[in-house]
Write a protein that binds this ligand. Structure first.
Ligand code: GLA
Length: 387
């Protein structure tokens, strides 16, 4: 939907009023490398996509916030003079979670009518939820003049997801959605929150996102299980070395201390995190030097480690990656995001993109019976006001 259509839909839902209508946008993200490192205080390298969530907002002179979306036939509202309650598994928990975090900071909003509209493929693991949270936080901050900077809005959005929605995610998705910049990837140290916008010089190459279209059934519980395995590995190491996160260790230190982790599975989880931090650092170095071949190899190694040590890939993601690697113009291919379904990201030579989409799609379908969707990613800006 374009801006005019969104405004029209908004007034057909909420009627007309003398109050101004504003439009905001926050993107989804794709992570190039540095997976399952954010909640371990490590490095990530995501970029913001040009698709995401739009939010139309108008003040309403009532003591309530009304929610609607163009994506589903579902509307809801919350009263500003009452505690915010979770609504089952509804999408409105994302924005209400943000309002709840703002309230904890004594930032009370006034009544507003909200219309959301997302163009991120649903359930693809491209951070539609983070984009809903970020667009809400960004819009409320602008409209009510709360004065938070972008990093504070990122944290508010992550807290909404952790505390209200109940998903124990790290900071990467909300960060990428809030801080992205067109044609740049974001190199973030998730411990210090220092970051750098790195120009994505991919001469003659395209970033292809492929969606497995596999439902991510138990993803949240498996995600939380990985987190606690990492925490337990940290506890084991602490008997000899005081560390805050796994990412406090370099590979040599880890090799010297890994005997302290008695559980073999936890040891492999920890090894993934530490080797992935190295790969992320090396990949950024390679990109800065224009060495895309090395960048691609590191992406491949990242996937293999997520498959073998972290065990978050599964048949569908592995098949997409295997098929992608058969194509001559593929520089690198890996799963992106939490895993257990969702998407892969591949760097592919421009002239091979069509072949890639056709052949990978065919091979994947033959082997899994599922139909993959492909997107040539465009890297866009973080949260912004459109009107
Ligand atoms: C999900 C989480 C992120 C991050 C990734 C894995 O997208 O929301 O915080 O942990 O998984 O890298």
């Amino acid at each position: 939907m374009n801006t005019d259509q969104l405004k029209e839909t908004f007034t057909s839902l909420y009627g007309t009023s003398e109050n101004e209508i504003h439009l905001y946008f926050s993107p989804g993200r794709v992570n190039l490398i540095g997976e399952h490192t954010d909640y371990n205080g490590g490095y990530v390298f995501p970029c913001a996509l040009t698709f995401g969530t739009y939010l139309v907002v108008r003040k309403n002179k009532q003591r309530l916030v009304r929610f609607a979306t163009t994506n589903f036939d579902h509307r809801s509202e919350v009263k500003l003079d009452e505690p915010f309650e979770k609504e089952g598994k509804s999408w409105i928990n994302y924005p209400v979670g943000v309002l709840n975090e703002l309230r904890k900071k004594a930032k009370e909003i006034e009544g507003v009518d909200l219309l959301y509209s997302g163009d991120i493929p649903n359930g693809a693991g491209l951070s539609s939820s983070a984009s809903i949270e970020m667009v809400t936080a960004f819009a409320m901050n602008e409209i009510f003049g709360f004065g938070f900077d972008r990093m504070e809005l990122v944290k508010i959005s992550q807290n909404a997801e952790n505390n209200f929605v109940g998903v124990n995610c790290g900071i990467m998705d909300q960060f990428a959605s809030g801080m992205g910049a067109a044609d740049h990837a974001l190199f973030l140290n998730c411990d210090t929150l220092d970051y750098e916008r790195v120009p994505l010089k991919l001469e003659g190459m395209k970033i292809i996102i492929a969606n497995t279209n596999k439902r991510r059934g138990l993803a949240d519980s498996k995600y939380n299980e990985r987190r606690s395995q990492c925490e337990s590995a940290v506890e084991a190491i602490r008997s000899e070395k005081k560390i805050k996160h796994l990412s406090d260790l370099n590979l040599d230190e880890f090799n010297a201390l890994s005997h302290l982790i008695s559980d073999e599975t936890e040891k492999r989880r920890a090894r993934h995190v530490i080797t992935e931090n190295n790969r992320a650092l090396n990949a950024i170095e390679a990109l800065n030097q224009g060495d895309l071949e090395s960048f691609g190899q590191l992406m491949n190694q990242s996937h293999d480690s997520l498959r073998d040590d972290y065990e978050v890939t599964g048949k569908e993601l592995d098949t997409l990656v295997e098929e992608a690697r058969k194509i001559e113009g593929t520089i690198g291919s890996r799963m992106t995001g939490a895993g257990f379904g969702g998407c892969t990201v591949s760097i592919v030579k421009e002239e091979q993109v069509e072949t890639f989409i056709r052949e990978v799609g065919k091979g994947y379908n033959e082997r899994t019976g599922l139909k993959a969707d492909f997107y040539v990613a465009e890297i866009g800006d973080g949260s912004k006001q459109i009107v």
